[in-house]
Write a protein that binds this ligand. Structure first.
Ligand code: GAP
Length: 513
């Protein structure tokens, strides 16, 4: 088949998301968590190819954010932090979503994600939300939305639901202690609830809902030990956890996910330019690895929608099959976080610039709390985006003239889980030995090469097209006589004959492009 990059990505027989979900399961990218026990809702495991893809995305991010910049250093902080961190950051009080119960079908949902309907509009829905339930009539209330599941307007009031996962640390079971205290006492519901809350809170610890806070809390340690001068950044990749009310769209929104975040500390008054700088940098980074760059856009956040700590914000969005949605957030977080942690911890999270005059006193030497610009991307969300962007179906005809569809993942070679498949044409005649010696050469050079001898050569090409392997190297009988092999390009399917000695060099050069 020819290069058909301009043909539609997929045929008209279904949603690209369904096709990607099916491919990722079939080929070992992503599995349902605990599948043999019926699965854990909205939790996923990355299989052999998914783990490679995620690692490659993370490595590319780290390379561009840390290794290629003198002004950024990386850290790897613990997931559990002192509970005071979350009090200071405001997460304990305000990191919540508005939760609503449908009084008809009992579905729980996020008010801000529910279908909007003008207040006073008449509604029709079925009792209990079941297909054969009795027809009921209602009227949309002042909140201006209906249940996303059954369409009912009979809803509870909104209540704030904190998204942080709470657990307890230490060998003492707080509930056991509470039971001893309460033995024989008859308490009303409210008092019982307060006592219960106090007992749990005494040893409570939270799974971090973002990686960002460690960069603020370790600001001084990192700045002083690394001798960093403002402007500079601290970067981190790691797991975050949110008890999302609505998990959706496969790995797009899950309770456990990974983030790639960087806090860039700047002089007060320069945050606007840095915000623009990071929007440009990050947009170019994403586009570098994408096939369809028109599926990426930047949306600036309106003032009224900004988080309370931010003076500007923007989302880098991708055109997912369900519409434009967030891939990365770039916030100008002011000096809110460093100020709050200074206030709550007593540590002075400031920076002294001896070469700048203090704007108030005009004397040389300025101590200030840096402002922060934060590009915050989802790693697991990035994996989904790159899979969706890479999925192509190419229609063509086979040698007998029958219609044939080639499924190909056009992953950027640097993101592809397997860089090169080494394929002996036959499992005999010394061809496997030559193939294995080539695999060893690639592996020694740090390139993930896979030996594959299963099925016909056509099936092997198809398998590697589907998992995004950019190159296939085929060893045939001619290889024995003249030390050459064929190299096949995934995107063009073109093959050329090259010398075995040159194979590594050629692939290295293509990967470096
Ligand atoms: N420190 C700022 C922060 O965490 P955010 O917009 O809440 O900002 C940053 O998260 C990125 O993390 C998002 O753009 C998204 O890619 C990813 N993300 C957030 N919640 C997620 C979830 N529940 N599942 C998967 N990815 C998520």
């Amino acid at each position: 088949m020819n290069d058909q990059k301009d043909t539609p990505k997929v045929g008209d027989d279904g949603d690209v998301l369904d096709k990607v979900i099916s491919l990722t399961k079939r080929r070992g990218f992503i599995f349902q968590s605990s599948e043999i026990y019926g699965g854990l809702k909205s939790a996923y495991d990355y299989g052999p190819l998914g783990a490679e893809l995620k690692r490659n995305i993370a490595n590319e991010w780290w390379r561009s954010m840390v290794h290629q910049r003198e002004d950024i250093v990386g850290i790897d902080a613990s997931i559990m932090m002192h509970p005071a961190v979350w009090k200071a950051s405001g997460h304990l009080a305000t990191f919540s979503d508005p939760l609503v119960d449908c009084l008809n079908c009992k579905e729980r949902f996020r008010a801000d994600k529910a279908p909007r309907v003008a207040p006073g509009t008449p509604t029709k829905f079925r009792k209990g939300g079941t297909r054969d339930g009795q027809h009921l009539d209602g009227v949309v209330g002042s909140a201006g939305y209906v249940c996303p599941s059954c369409g009912a307007s009979e809803l509870s009031a909104e209540r704030q639901f904190n998204l942080m996962f709470r657990t307890s640390i230490g060998p003492v079971d707080p509930l056991e202690v509470l039971m001893q205290e309460l033995e024989g006492k008859a308490l009303d519901r409210k008092t019982l609830r307060e006592k219960f809350e106090a007992a749990v809170q005494s040893s409570a610890i939270y799974l971090r809902p973002e990686t960002a806070q460690a960069m603020f809390v370790q600001f001084l340690n990192v700045q002083q030990t690394s001798g960093m001068k403002v402007p500079f950044g601290i970067a981190q990749i790691g797991k975050s956890f949110r008890n999302e009310i609505t998990t959706e769209h496969f790995v797009f929104r899950t309770c456990e996910f990974e983030q790639m975040e960087m806090e860039f500390f700047v002089e007060p008054g320069t945050q606007k330019e840095w915000h623009a700088h990071w929007i440009n940098e990050r947009s170019s980074w994403w586009k570098r690895y994408m096939n369809d760059q028109s599926a990426l856009r930047v949306e600036h956040t309106e003032k009224k929608d900004l988080a309370h700590y931010a003076d500007a914000g923007a989302d880098i969005q991708y055109r997912y099959p369900w519409g434009w949605d967030e891939l990365e957030g770039i916030a100008s977080r002011t000096n809110y976080d460093l100020n709050k942690h200074s206030e709550h911890s007593g540590a002075k999270l400031t920076y002294f610039d001896q070469n700048k005059p203090d704007p108030d006193s005009a004397k040389m030497g300025w101590r200030y709390t840096p402002f922060v610009v934060e590009p915050a991307a989802g790693l697991t969300r990035a994996a989904l985006m790159f899979l969706l962007d890479a999925y192509y179906e190419e229609r063509g005809v086979d040698a007998d003239g029958a219609e044939k569809v080639r499924v190909v993942l056009r992953l950027h070679p640097r993101l592809a889980p397997v860089k090169i498949a080494i394929l002996p044409l036959l499992k005999k005649d010394g061809l496997p030995e030559i193939a294995r010696s080539i695999v060893t050469r690639f592996s020694a050079a740090g390139i993930n090469a896979r030996y594959d001898e299963q099925h016909s050569i056509g099936k092997r090409y198809a398998r590697h097209d589907e998992i995004g392997t950019p190159y296939c190297l085929t060893i045939d009988h001619q290889s024995q006589s003249d030390q050459t092999v064929t190299i096949r390009d995934r995107d063009t399917t073109k093959q050329e004959r090259i010398s075995i000695d040159k194979a590594l060099e050629i692939v290295q050069a293509r990967l470096a492009q």
